[in-house]
Design a protein around this ligand. Sequence first.
Ligand SMILES: Cc1ncc(COP(=O)(O)O)c(C=O)c1O
Length: 390
Amino acid sequence: MEFEYAEALKRLPEQFFAKLVKTTQALMKEGHDVINLGQGNPDQPTPEFIVKELQEASENPKFHKYSPFQGYPFLKEAIADFYQKEYQVDIDPTTEVAILFGAKTGLVEISQCLLNENDKVLVPDPGYPDYMSGIALANASPIDMPLLKENSFLPDYQKITDADLNDSKLMFLNYPNNPTAATATKEFFDETIQIANKHHICVVHDFAYGAIGFDGNKPQSFLQSKGAKDVGVEVYTLSKTFNMAGWRVAFAVGNPSVIKALELIQDHYYVSIFGAIQKAAKTALDNGQVAIEELNEVYQRRRDAFLTNAEKIGWYGGTASGSFFVWMPTPKGFSSEQFAELLLERAHVVVAPGNGFGESGEGYVRIGLLDNEVRLQEACERIEKLRLFK
Ligand SMILES: Cc1ncc(COP(=O)(O)O)c(C=O)c1O
């Protein structure tokens, strides 16, 4: 028997990158040496002190039981301390923190928590595709906010109509940005708070790459702007900061009513994360300073290696202020998809076509700095042989 899916499931967007993954796997199976810069999966292992903590904690029978529904208070306190230490932001661990099964889950849940059918949501274009998943499940409608080079890949609020602003209930933002690698300023977040107050919009700032900023520029937290907690939340994940993508641990901090809604929905979906993982997450946040510095050094070296070698072959115009991506323009005469396909087939280099992140991503590809400098140089050398840049 085959059963009919619920309408909500049928609304879920297609996975744009599935085709790319399939072709990549086929080439690898044929034995080709593929340089994969197409995905966002950290290649480095989790720092040893965090793994050790998990090993020890996993032996503690206390953690073999159900965890408290909304997570252990020790993790919420560590999160509040981390925000104080990193961003000088006060967080009440009892009302302003929700523990999440990865940022992805939280970002989908927020739409389910706050949106009804036909509600409007402002989304970055290009943007992380999973914002659309929650919006589709809620049967709400996205309104694109183009991120253009001439506005430093920030949305231009002057270009959004008052009607759209008045109709919108929610706004997703993400800096350092996936895919454009742009970062935001405090002034931009201040302006966002003004707009949100005026039009009664809940802001969700996805700070997944919060730990990764180049040239000594530490990325700005949304919560560092006055009044941020009145209008929204910030979602932070350990996936990128501590190479813990497989562990599925993240959190939301900020507006107590949104935090309460997240905890309510999670009470119905799950019990909280394995206690030993919560313990290891606390250790990461308490003692992770050096690991974060090392992470930044690794990605900065890779970014510099990629950009230097791209320049050598005549490929200019990339952005890379934060995150572990570089956002590169396609050569004249190529769409994003055509260029990505050509690189895959003729150079065996995988990059993500920009239009997969939204219409305004056309004309760009996203390079993931997820292999070492030697491989990044080799990727450029292989691309040079295609003689696309004069
Ligand atoms: C912008 C952005 N937000 C959220 C996530 C998801 O993070 P997590 O591993 O915590 O689900 C990613 C992962 O690629 C991302 O790029």
